[in-house]
Design a protein around this ligand. Structure first.
Ligand code: SF4
Length: 701
């Protein structure tokens, strides 16, 4: 009873893209409890282990409490004035000497929309560098580019409620049981909604926890998903199971698409690529095509691939030829990773201008400049470097200063040796974070940020639902919200603050400008207010006069796609083999991923004992047949190497859940840094890394 909260604040979870509503219990000015919001449509009172223990992150010993500066090779506490003055002087010196674009900035889907919008505006229009990207490139960029090339714009087209109304649910490369656990709720509700249990298909080379839910499990060979989808399209078209009316009315490119599929994706060839029997391919195609309503959903297994963008579009092709778009229960939904992966996508300044405007369009640039009253010449005319291109530019000596915001590349970026060599060449590194990350320890200055529950704003989840995250307590120590950091830092650059943030003082000022900027766009927030969002339990954009309470799904019969002709594009797309296949020296294919107890690079979760006790270290999941060949068994400790490095002493877990010839290792852990051996191979359209497959060797003693 002593610890019982004395007040409750309604808010939103700050971890993943599911976007659960919750209450923060507060006592003596500290969060002491978290419980699910029973009225929130996303989670209906439930939370996963991370959400349930979220209050513990706030006063964690892993927090910074003051700004930090490096003196005599050590980070020491200092004042905000000193870090802002030092950083602004350094930025100005570098820009004078090497040009504006010698500064790179990498932001994050962890920020609130108001913070992300303000940061992007400051970086692009204030610092005038377009070398600005987000860590979302490591998780969602392929979904962005896939949606863009198929529908003419980014924006997840479906809703979680589609899981509750579909006859068939196909999860591709999506281990939701570990990574988005509350989504399972919408699948289990399905029987109540439709009166019969849906058929659940799970496509994954690894029999994940999610595969336990499957009626049909499809154990494809690593990264053969695009070939599988094209093969299913072949069979559907061959058997006449397509929805021709829908295709003719709502898509373009059908003739070329059909020719491409028939010429290149014959079932036997697809079987050879995917490892799935031809008869099983036919059965799978039949089940999907014959469903009245089929929902497909994917996440990192698809996105984190060097053909991720095209695989996303291939999934959309399959949905389009069967008419599974824009109806309740019929969709192709990208599930996002971070709490605000969507809000940061539409507010832009990374791969597009705010409101999904194009850098290259003079109309879009003019419109934005007019709306926010800035000189047209200040609006960038093209996208700068993406995240991996920024790292390469640092390596080449072109970018001299880097500002990282709530991201920790020293754990999360592939091929760590290459990255670390590049970062050594920087003249100045700023890390803005609430937590002590491995990367912050090598920074020249740290902007110590407030975290979830200490600040106000909105997060937009995977189904485009904008949720309100309310402030429950004051920021710890001298930390400041990311919004305040941007606004105050901008005052150290002559006239920038007055020009970009005139009379702004609170996140709502950014939200109001964002509403104005998004009005009339696909991602229209103009009808939203914090009060309405709270009242409705989040609002799915677009929200405007036509859709005052938002809209569950995009591109139904009344809503054309934002392409020139209003139709979705059927695209001719090709599977490509892995950049690195197994051989005698490196005979196994490594798959990396996550576990439900840990969050990303563990900056938030490593001090929460209930989570760490459940997942204290990384492990190698290996098939017993491969373990036997190596003469190792569960509990042994072995080394793992690739062409790029070696990691010592990882514990073995034998499991029938993993295919022979492949292993799985989670990426969260610094102590067993799996990204020191992953490959720097990127999707050329989205720049997303191919985290999921590289060739490795195991070493037993
Ligand atoms: Fe938070 Fe995601 Fe867990 Fe929901 S599923 S409680 S949003 S981490």
């Amino acid at each position: 009873l002593e610890k019982a909260p004395t007040s409750w604040v309604r808010s939103t979870c700050g971890y993943c893209g599911v976007g659960c509503g919750l209450y923060i219990g507060v006592k003596d000015g500290k969060p002491v409890y978290t419980k699910g919001d029973p009225k929130h449509p996303v989670n209906q009172g439930t939370l996963c282990p991370k959400g349930l223990s979220e209050h513990e992150i706030v006063n964690s010993i892993n927090r910074y409490t003051t700004p930090m500066i490096k003196k005599n090779k050590e980070l020491v506490s200092t004042s905000w004035d000193e870090v802002f003055k030092t950083t602004s002087q350094k930025f100005k010196e570098i820009q004078e000497k090497y040009g504006n674009t010698a500064i790179g900035v990498i932001s994050t889907g962890q920020l609130l929309t108001e913070e992300f919008y303000s940061l992007g505006k400051f970086v692009q229009l204030g610092l005038k560098t377009n070398n600005y990207c987000g860590n979302t490139t490591l998780c969602m960029a392929s979904a962005v580019m896939g949606y863009k090339q198929t529908f003419g714009s980014d924006g997840p087209i479906g809703a979680y409620e589609d899981f509750s109304h579909a006859d068939v649910i196909m999860l591709i490369g999506a281990n939701i049981a570990d990574n988005h656990p509350i989504l399972k709720l919408h699948i289990t509700k399905n029987k109540k909604t439709t009166g019969k249990k849906p058929t659940i298909i799970v496509v994954d080379p690894r029999f994940s926890k999610t595969a336990n839910m499957a009626d049909i499990y499809v154990p494809i060979l690593p990264r053969s998903d695009l070939a599988l989808i094209n093969g299913l399209c072949y069979i559907i078209l061959e058997q006449g199971w397509e929805n021709e009316k829908f295709i003719l009315e709502r898509t373009t490119g059908y003739k070329e698409f059909k020719k491409h599929i028939f010429e290149n994706y014959k079932p036997q060839d697809v079987s050879n690529i995917t490892g799935i029997d031809v008869k099983d391919l036919y059965e799978l195609a039949r089940v999907y095509a014959k469903a009245e309503k089929a929902t497909s959903a994917w996440t990192m297994g698809v996105n984190q691939s060097s053909i991720g963008t095209d695989t996303v579009s291939a999934i959309c092709n399959l949905a389009l030829i069967t008419g599974n778009i824009g109806r309740q229960g019929a969709t192709a939904l990208s599930i996002t990773g971070q709490c605000n992966a969507m809000g940061t996508r539409e507010t832009g300044f990374t791969s597009s201008l705010p409101g999904y405007r194009n850098f290259a369009s003079s109309y879009d640039r003019e419109e934005y400049a007019t709306l926010v009253n800035v000189p047209l010449e200040d609006v960038p005319t093209k996208r700068g470097y993406s995240y991996p291109q920024i790292i390469d530019a640092i390596d080449r000596g072109e970018i001299k200063a880097l500002w990282l915001v709530a991201t920790n590349p020293l754990i999360s970026y592939p091929d760590q040796n290459r990255l670390r060599n590049a970062l050594k060449k920087l003249e100045f590194l700023v890390v803005q974070d609430a937590f002590k990350s491995e990367t912050s320890l090598i920074a020249d200055v740290v902007f110590s940020a407030a975290t979830w529950s200490e600040k106000e704003g909105t997060y937009t989840n995977s189904e485009r639902r904008c949720n309100y995250a309310k402030k429950a307590v004051e920021p710890l120590g001298e930390t400041k919200s990311d919004f305040d950091i941007v606004l105050e830092f901008s005052k150290y650059f002559e006239s920038v603050n007055e020009k970009l943030f005139p009379s702004w003082s609170e996140p709502k000022d950014a939200f109001n400008e964002w509403k104005k900027v998004s009005a009339g766009r696909l991602c229209d927030y103009s009808g939203m207010s914090y009060e309405l969002i709270e009242e409705l339990g989040g609002i799915q954009w677009p929200c405007n006069e036509k859709y005052p309470k938002g809209k569950a799904r995009l591109y139904d019969e009344k809503m054309p796609c934002p392409t020139d002709d209003g139709k979705a594009k059927l695209l001719c797309l090709d599977w490509k083999p892995l950049a690195e296949t197994s051989n005698c020296d490196f005979p196994l294919i490594l798959n990396t991923g996550r576990t439900v107890e840990q969050w990303h690079t563990r900056t938030k979760t490593k001090t929460i004992s209930i989570l760490n006790d459940l997942a204290p270290e990384a492990w190698i999941e290996i098939n017993p047949a491969d373990a036997k060949k190596l003469e190792v068994s569960s509990g042994d400790r072995i080394d793992i190497s690739s062409r790029r490095g070696r990691i010592n002493n990882i514990i073995v877990k034998e499991s029938q859940n993993i295919r022979v010839g492949t292993i799985f290792v989670p990426f969260h852990f610094n102590e067993q840094l799996i990204n020191s051996i992953t490959i720097a191979d990127f999707d050329p359209k989205s720049f997303e890394p191919n985290f999921k497959q590289c060739a490795v060797q195991l070493h037993s003693f």
